[in-house]
Design a protein around this ligand. Structure first.
Ligand code: PHE
Length: 386
């Protein structure tokens, strides 16, 4: 630690040597100042009025000097004082704002000093602590709708089904006509179709629309391969439905189709009952309720025993004990007629089909209150599935 020495004599050489030593000590101490607290004791050591180094200079050098040397000693101290004060202040600025923009304007710093500061700042900026843990970049997870869709598909894959896909923009032929919706038949109205504009010049069956269900892929599949067929088709569908808690104009379905010789309604019931137990747990029951679809005969709505109350009746199942989940039925012979040339002779083969809404199943599985949550992309909702 530096203490102010008494001067042996007051010659200009001795004064110069003492001043150089003092500057060396100052430089040495500045290098050790790395934080606010260290700076404060550094400042006090040099500038404190009571016994800081500058005060000691007056006492040890000036007051003891013989009268003839006073002038020279005084000059020396008057040079040292602002120099020390400036260095202490510079160090404060450096501590508080380690950017070069703050150091330069308005503050008088010798060019060499400035360069040194700039260098320090640069080093500070480049400082790299390789022992710090890295910045984590969490990898994404499957969206809950996709997750449920994949789960449904996996259940059927395990039963030997293959997986297919089809276009989201369909022709009237595949979406309606080949599925036994006659032109102008009122059953088309139940599908609230979104049509592509400017198609009036085309024949009706070629007009494009956003598919209202995944059922058109039944026909596309049967066009591609002769029986037997066992396939599931996941995909996005659109309907002109206003958005509410349970409806969205865009949603997802998984379609199923099985065609072979001697396929009966029992196969349909057994297959779907197994699938529901795989999805919701083995205690869930299924029942089939008469319904209508132009492309199945007979048609049914399948219901599952309420997964919330186990069938006792609660608010979620409107106290019926049952929740309606999907549409299904035996493939209508009129549908087979559209693909007869590919081996689908309705006197030889039979089949069943079903279609389920993925969001609806996801809502039940995860007790989601509103369907919009699936589409808003809010991480607070989505991260629950991570
Ligand atoms: N496509 C029908 C719908 O979207 C569901 C369904 C598929 C019904 C297959 C029977 C057979 O409502």
């Amino acid at each position: 630690m530096y203490t102010v020495p008494k001067l042996a004599d007051y010659s200009p050489e001795a004064l110069k040597r003492a001043a150089d030593e003092l500057e060396a000590a100052l430089n040495d101490q500045i290098r050790r100042v790395t934080n606010e607290d260290e700076w404060k004791s550094f400042r006090d050591r040099w500038l404190s009025r009571k016994n800081g180094i500058l005060t000691r200079l007056n006492e040890l050098w000036l007051k003891t000097a013989p009268p003839e040397a006073r002038k020279e000693v005084g000059k020396c101290i008057n040079r040292v004082r602002p120099f020390v004060e400036q260095r202490v202040e510079d160090q404060r600025l450096w501590m508080q704002a380690p950017t070069i923009e703050v150091v330069s304007p308005g503050i008088e710093v010798p060019a060499a000093e400035l360069e040194q500061y700039a260098r320090r700042i640069q080093l500070e900026k480049e400082k790299l602590d390789i022992t710090l843990p890295g910045i984590p970049h969490p990898i994404g997870v499957k969206h809950p709708v996709l997750r449920v869709m994949d789960e449904i598909v996996a259940v059927f894959k395990a039963m030997g089904y293959s997986v297919g896909e089809g276009p989201e923009v369909e022709t009237d032929y595949y979406n309606f006509e080949s599925l036994n919706f006659p032109p102008n038949h009122p059953a088309r109205d139940t599908q609230d179709t979104l049509f592509i504009a400017g198609q009036e010049g085309k024949p009706a069956r070629d007009r494009l629309l956003l598919r209202t269900h995944t059922s058109p892929v039944q026909i596309r599949t049967m066009e591609q391969q002769p029986p037997p067929v066992r396939i599931v088709i996941p995909g996005k569908v659109h309907r002109n439905d206003p958005l509410d808690a349970t409806h969205s104009p865009v949603f997802h379905q998984v379609e199923g189709l099985a065609v072979d010789t001697n396929i009966t309604f029992c196969d349909l019931k057994g297959t779907l009952d197994h699938a529901m137990k795989a999805l919701f747990g083995s205690s869930v029951k299924t029942r089939f309720y008469p319904s209508f679809f132009p492309f199945t005969e007979p048609s049914a709505d399948m219901q599952v025993s309420c997964i919330f109350c186990g069938g006792k009746g609660c608010r979620k199942c409107k106290f019926s004990g049952w929740i309606e989940l999907l549409g299904c039925g035996m493939v209508d012979p009129n549908v087979f007629d559209f693909v007869k040339q590919n081996g689908y002779d309705s006197s030889k083969v039979s089949g069943f089909a079903f279609g389920m809404g993925v969001e609806r199943i996801a809502i039940l599985k995860y007790e989601v209150e509103e369907i919009q949550l699936f589409y808003e992309g809010d991480v607070r909702f989505l991260e629950q599935f991570a």
